[in-house]
Design a protein around this ligand. Structure first.
Ligand SMILES: Cc1ncc(COP(=O)(O)O)c(C=O)c1O
Length: 398
């Protein structure tokens, strides 16, 4: 979460006072709901033709997979370092998540993606973790060569870009999260973006089983299938419209803080940074330090803590590491065996089975990386304070 304030409170109050809390509430000719306006503004911001606001990033991933017609018999390649939701989404549509390695950028390793492709693979899901863009050029090339589609999980990277294009708009489909911890937030929320009308229509139907009722006569009505309810409400959409106006300024400040930190710290012989796929475009919500081994990373984090700063190892972040995804590692794909992707006949031929040691490089990289959070509200003195703390911590390690 970057910032929420008076403008968001006023936007929410305006909607509450109007009494129009439901996105299809008014129905008056020409009236655009807050949800529809947010969708238009998001489409403009990220440069995608179609956008759909939903109730969470998880819902956005699920609707994105529905848009791509993923189902039983299909595999989706996800990185071993991401929030468990990236791997749960394929299960929700009956498909199997296949777990691949990350590289020194802490995002999906394109080389390991190639190694994990099988004849069942349908989608590659790069995840822009902690606002760090995945290597999209290489991932898109691998996808094209193998006839696969790309669903970008940009849930931790709202507003970021890669080589001049917004994260989420590069693959066939993109997903954002607007939960409390994200760059753009309304407490809970998400969005799907795509340039393809048919994919959008499927996501739209799946996000709202009643969409044909709310939008009678629309072309999508003729192709209805049973959907769910991941419909966004007007109060949260009004908050999101304000948040969207803040995002570029916030990320600019983050990037400038990060550039100053890196410039000042790069001279120190004990400091090395993680690999960056696009330093100019990334969200710069973290600065990643790279060490030779876990012992060094832990020593650096401890020394930072002595200086009153908090450095964290991504290996310690619970369900962001595949070994902690119990429901997946133990192949319990749903509450009911009949709905469990792992038990579906179409998925029986798949291999390999999950093992804790199946992505050793991912575990190794996560264990020898330290992240320092960067905050947009920092002033120059706050940046200098972090520079001093990092230099002292690096000195203390000898
Ligand atoms: C990488 C990633 N993917 C997906 C999600 C799911 O988003 P949400 O919590 O909005 O469902 C998250 C949220 O934490 C995430 O970090």
């Amino acid at each position: 979460m970057l910032k929420i304030g008076e403008a968001e409170a006023q936007a929410a109050a305006r909607v509450i006072r109007s009494g129009g809390l439901f996105r299809y509430g008014d129905g008056k000719e020409g009236h655009l709901s807050e949800c529809a306006k947010f969708e238009q503004e998001l489409a403009e911001k990220v440069g995608a033709k179609h956008t759909l606001v939903v109730t969470s990033g998880t819902a956005a991933l699920i609707c994105g997979l529905v848009g791509l017609e993923v189902g039983p018999g299909d595999e989706v390649i996800v990185p071993g370092y991401t929030f468990v939701a990236s791997a749960l989404a394929p299960l929700a549509v009956g498909a199997i998540p296949v777990i691949a390695e990350i590289d020194e950028s802490l995002t999906l390793d394109p080389k390991d993606v190639e190694a994990k492709i099988s004849r069942r693979t349908k989608v590659i899901m790069p995840v822009h973790m902690a606002g760090l863009p995945a290597n999209m050029n290489r991932i898109m090339r691998v996808a094209r060569r193998n006839g696969l589609k790309v669903l970008e999980d940009a849930c931790q990277a709202d507003g970021g870009s890669y080589k001049g294009r917004r994260l989420g708009s590069i693959g066939e489909v993109g997903a954002y999260s607007f939960n409390y911890f994200k760059n753009v937030t309304c407490g809970e929320g998400g969005a799907v973006v795509t340039n393809d009308r048919a994919r959008y229509a499927r996501a739209l139907i799946h996000h709202d089983g009643g969409v044909g009722f709310w939008r009678p006569g629309e072309e999508i009505g003729a192709r209805l299938f049973a959907g769910w309810n991941f419909r966004m409400n007007e109060i949260l959409a009004a908050i999101l419209r304000v948040q969207l106006r803040r995002i570029d300024g916030l990320l600019r400040r983050n990037r400038s803080h990060k550039a100053r930190l890196m410039e000042a710290l790069s001279e120190h012989p004990g400091i090395r940074f993680i690999k960056h796929n696009d330093l100019e475009g990334e969200c710069a919500t973290v600065l990643g330090f790279r060490f030779k081994e876990e012992k060094e990373a832990r020593a650096f984090a401890a020394a930072l803590s002595e200086e009153g700063e908090y450095g964290w190892l991504p290996i310690d972040t619970g369900r962001h590491v595949y070994t902690n995804w119990e429901s997946i590692m133990e192949e319990r794909g749903a509450y009911h065996p009949g709905l469990d992707a792992y038990r579906r006949p179409e998925n029986r031929a798949r291999k390999p089975r999950y093992r804790a040691d199946m992505c050793p490089r991912t575990l190794e990289i996560l264990s020898r990386t330290v992240f320092l959070d960067i905050r947009p509200e920092w002033k120059a003195a706050d940046v200098r304070k972090r520079i001093r703390a990092c230099l002292r911590a690096a000195d203390a390690m000898g």
